[in-house]
Design a protein around this ligand. Structure first.
Ligand code: CP
Length: 310
C-alpha cells in the first residue's frame, strides 16, 4: 500500500484501498501487542507525541498512550483541567507552548467541531491526529471498529451494519459510515427521528425506522450512546421509554441473524441503549474494540510518523 498521509483529521478522503490496507496492517501488528513480553515497533523511538484532551476520555486517551509506548514514542499527557488554561491561557498559546517542547505529533480531542483543523493550521509543521471533535468526526474510532469487525467476521464486503441510537449527535456514526462503507459494507441507521440527521440518505446510510427490521438485516449491530451532553432537552420522553423502543437487549437481538455481533464505541449507558446481558454476552465485541483501538492507533502513528507501510 502506498501511503502518503502524515496526519489524521478525518476519513472523508480515504479510498477503499486505504481502508483495506490499513486494516491488514493494523491486524499484522497484533502479535506485537499480544506477546509477552510485548514487541514494540520502535519506529517512533526518539519522537514525542503530545496528547491534548480538552474533553473527557478514557479509551481514546489511554489507547493513544499505549500505542505511543508500543511504537517507541515518548508522550506528554496534557488535559485542560489542571492546566494554565484555568488561569486564562488560550488554546493557541497552549498549543505553541507544548510544541516548543520538541513535540513531533499532536493528538487532539475537543468538544468543538473542527478544532483539530484549527490546531493543524496553527502548527502546520506538526501532524495532528483527531481524537474526536464535537459531533463531527472520530476517525480512529471508525478505524478501530473496522479492525475489530474484520478480526471477528473476516471480509466485511457485503456485510450490513445497523447503527442504532443517537446518530445525529454522534461523531462515531459519521466516521463509522465512512469506514464500514470503505470496506464495502452497507450501513443502515435506526432510532428516534429526533436523534437522526434530517436526511439519513445524505449521511450515507439507509434509514430503517423499525429497529427490529434494522437488526434482522444486520451482521453487525452498532449501538450508540445517548449523548445527553450534546442534546437539547426533550428529544425522547424518558430513559425507560427509550430502552423499551430502541434499546438493545436480548428481545431485540432475537430478531438478528444467528452470527450477528454487537458493537458499541463506549462508554455505555447500561440499561439505556444496551442491556448488561448484551454488553457482556458472547455476541459482544466491546472488549475487542478496546483492544483493537491500540492496534489501530499504533498503525496510524507508525504510518504517519514512522514511515510504516511506505
Ligand atoms: N469511544 C471513545 O471515544 O471513548 P472515550 O470517550 O472514553 O475516549
Amino acid at each position: 500500500m502506498a501511503w502518503n498521509r502524515w496526519n489524521l483529521l478525518d476519513l472523508n478522503d480515504w479510498e477503499p484501498d486505504d481502508f483495506h490496507g490499513f486494516v491488514d496492517y493494523a491486524l499484522s501488528l497484533a502479535p506485537r501487542l499480544e506477546s509477552l513480553p510485548k514487541k514494540p515497533l520502535d519506529s517512533l523511538r526518539g519522537m514525542t507525541v503530545a496528547n491534548m484532551f480538552i474533553e473527557n476520555s478514557t479509551r481514546t486517551r489511554n489507547s493513544f498512550a499505549a500505542a505511543e509506548q508500543m511504537t517507541g514514542a515518548a508522550y506528554i499527557d496534557w488535559s485542560a483541567s489542571g492546566s494554565s488554561m484555568a488561569k486564562g491561557e488560550t488554546l493557541r498559546d497552549t498549543v505553541w507552548t507544548l510544541c516548543e517542547m520538541g513535540v513531533n505529533g499532536l493528538v487532539v480531542r475537543h468538544s468543538l467541531t473542527g478544532m483539530p483543523y484549527y490546531i493543524q493550521k496553527l502548527v502546520p509543521h506538526i501532524p495532528v491526529f483527531n481524537a474526536g471533535d464535537g459531533a463531527r468526526s472520530h476517525p480512529t474510532q471508525g478505524l478501530l471498529d473496522i479492525v475489530a469487525a474484520t478480526r471477528r467476521l473476516g471480509d466485511l464486503k457485503g456485510a450490513t451494519v445497523a447503527i442504532i441510537g443517537d446518530v445525529k449527535y454522534s461523531r462515531v456514526a459519521r466516521s463509522d459510515v465512512l469506514a464500514f462503507g470503505g470496506m464495502g459494507a452497507r450501513v443502515t441507521v435506526s432510532g428516534p427521528r429526533t436523534l437522526l440527521p434530517a436526511n439519513p440518505e445524505a449521511f450515507g446510510a439507509k434509514y430503517v425506522p423499525d429497529p427490529r427490521k434494522a437488526v434482522a438485516e444486520a451482521d453487525i449491530v452498532m449501538l450508540l450512546r445517548v449523548q445527553l451532553e450534546r442534546q437539547e432537552a426533550g428529544l425522547f420522553p424518558s430513559v425507560k421509554e427509550y430502552h423499551a423502543l430502541y434499546g438493545a437487549n436480548e428481545e431485540l437481538l432475537a430478531h438478528a441473524k444467528p452470527g450477528a455481533v454487537v458493537m458499541h464505541p463506549a462508554p455505555i449507558n447500561r440499561g439505556v441503549e444496551i442491556s448488561s446481558a448484551l454488553a457482556d454476552g458472547e455476541r459482544s465485541l466491546l472488549r475487542e474494540q478496546v483492544h483493537c483501538g491500540v492496534l489501530a492507533r499504533m498503525a496510524v502513528l507508525d504510518i504517519c510518523l514512522g514511515g510504516g507501510k511506505r
